[in-house]
Design a protein around this ligand. Structure first.
Ligand code: SAH
Ligand code: SF4
Ligand code: F3S
Length: 452
């Protein structure tokens, strides 16, 4: 009666991955997923949180606040109602979360996520026996145990595409970023656990794998004999499974974009021609202040080399506008860089000062109105680039891997090798297969087509 779990996931694909694993793991302990905290059987709410920008934190505390009433009602009836905070805010703020909200029962850091079932069961026991208890706080520091556990639990989602975290944390310390403090320093999973997980996914019908990490192209794992193993070795290993039709990797840092990785795009057929390579800014002065360790010419040189090897590659990026000290000229340099690259897709953010990062207290913070205006201008440019990229596909025939049912009746959605969403009218039976599609329509963010 109280074992329904509602999990709300904020942030990036690393968190989506952890949430999927947490749900599968809880399934082994007699918990089941529910779609809302209002569900009668819901007795556990998990917030898997993101700390990257200020708004993400604020949203968490208002979401927790909204559960106060329902939690109190349930506890009065002696029915457990456990509120858990995990993810990057849990890791960063730890015990402070329970100080800011008395409704939180468990705070579990990223490296301890595998310990959640036991923690939830312990709180349920206390609540059932109406005993006083202190919140459970567990902020682990080592990833080995978590990934050992995660390797053996399947994905909790349906569909042919899976994300597999192979690297976690970051040691780059960009001056604006909290990730090195939340996900910890760079950690690469050993090959054995990754293979175990990939084989389990294949048994579940997975056809596309995205190898994921904060800085995935810095992956430096070990093979079964303790030998060094890099991202290209890993891609080749996964490409060796005939069931896996498509491989992608995310997210890459320009400084780790080695010749070997660039060349892989011309050599490994199942490595899809799409790359997310965040540039953040186009001005050398700002890149230096961001501590990115490359300049625009190094970045543009990587793009040229990638296009020499794989001319049709779809490039995507993240941008930050309004970094402290960003002048009109600096911003113009960002626009100019974007125009030179011509991105297929981009994500753009206003700079958000984060606690205990160097950029938080840099002089010349940019006023909100200026950030807004710059974001608007950049958005217009990048959205039109996306439209242009997609419009070039109209009229062609593309190979589409179908993933799920669409919002409209009879609509099935998949993606091209370039990561463009495509919808067709078809039977749900095509989900999980790769089919040729004649692209006929262009929408704001997707393409429409007809099965060939
Ligand atoms: N590891 C990846 C991205 C991780 S965070 C990389 O280095 O590319 C995802 C994106 O959030 C970043 O690329 C950046 O564009 C944005 N971001 C990170 N910190 C931010 C901050 N303080 N304010 C605004 N955007 C931020
Ligand atoms: Fe953050 Fe920079 Fe690391 Fe990306 S590379 S996670 S932006 S510190
Ligand atoms: Fe957010 Fe943590 Fe990802 S801060 S973007 S959930 S690594």
């Amino acid at each position: 009666m109280c074992n329904g779990v509602w999990i709300k996931t904020y942030g990036c694909q690393m968190n989506d991955y952890d949430s999927g694993k947490i749900m599968s793991l809880l399934g082994r302990h007699n918990f089941h997923k529910v779609d809302s905290c209002q569900d009668e059987s819901c007795g556990v709410v998990i917030f898997n949180t993101c700390h990257i920008r200020d708004k993400a934190d604020q949203k968490l505390f208002s979401d927790i606040g909204r559960l106060k009433e329902i939690r109190e009602k349930r506890l009065k009836k002696e029915r457990p109602f456990v509120i858990v905070v995990t993810g990057c805010v849990a890791q960063a703020l730890g015990v402070e979360i329970t100080r800011r909200s008395a409704n939180v029962d468990v705070v579990i850091g990223i490296q301890s996520a595998h310990k959640l079932p036991e923690a939830i069961e312990a709180v349920q026991q206390y609540q059932r026996s109406v005993k006083k208890y202190s919140p459970i706080i567990s902020i682990g520091e080592c990833n080995d145990e978590k990934f050992k556990c995660f390797s053996t639990v399947g994905a909790s989602h349906l569909g042919p595409c899976a994300f597999v975290t192979v690297q976690e944390g970051c040691k780059n310390f960009c001056s604006y970023c909290v990730v090195p403090k939340t996900r910890g320093t760079e950690y690469s999973r050993p090959l054995a656990g990754i293979k175990e997980e990939v084989e389990l996914l294949i048994k579940n019908g997975i056809k596309e794998i995205t190898l994921g990490g904060q800085n995935v192209n810095a992956y430096e794992g070990v093979d079964e004999n303790g030998g060094k193993f890099d991202l290209v070795d890993l891609i080749e290993e996964v490409a060796g499974y005939p069931e896996i039709l498509r491989i992608r990797f995310l997210s890459s840092h320009p400084c780790n974009m080695s010749k070997r990785i660039i060349e892989a795009f011309g050599r490994i057929p199942s490595l899809m021609p799409a790359l997310h390579l965040p540039v953040q800014a186009g001005s050398d002065r700002i890149l230096r202040m961001m501590n990115r360790h490359y300049d625009r010419s190094i970045y543009l040189d990587i793009i040229t080399k990638l296009r020499d090897i794989c001319p049709e590659i779809a490039l995507s990026s993240d941008f930050i506008v309004g970094f402290p000290g960003e002048s009109d000229d600096d911003f113009a340099a960002t626009l100019d860089l974007a125009k030179r690259v011509r991105y297929a897709k981009s994500y753009y953010f206003k700079f958000s000062p984060r606690p205990n990062t160097p950029a938080e207290n840099m002089p010349d913070q940019i006023p909100e109105e200026v950030k807004e205006k710059r974001l608007e201008i950049l958005q217009e440019l990048l959205d039109s680039q996306q439209q242009e990229f997609n419009s070039e596909t109209v009229g062609s025939v593309q190979s589409v891997l179908f993933e799920r049912i669409g919002r409209h009746d009879g609509q099935i959605i998949g993606r091209t090798p370039y990561n463009q969403p495509v919808y067709v009218e078809a039977e749900a039976g095509i989900i999980g297969s790769e089919r040729q599609v004649h692209i006929t329509d262009l929408d704001k963010h997707s393409l429409g087509g007809i099965l060939v």
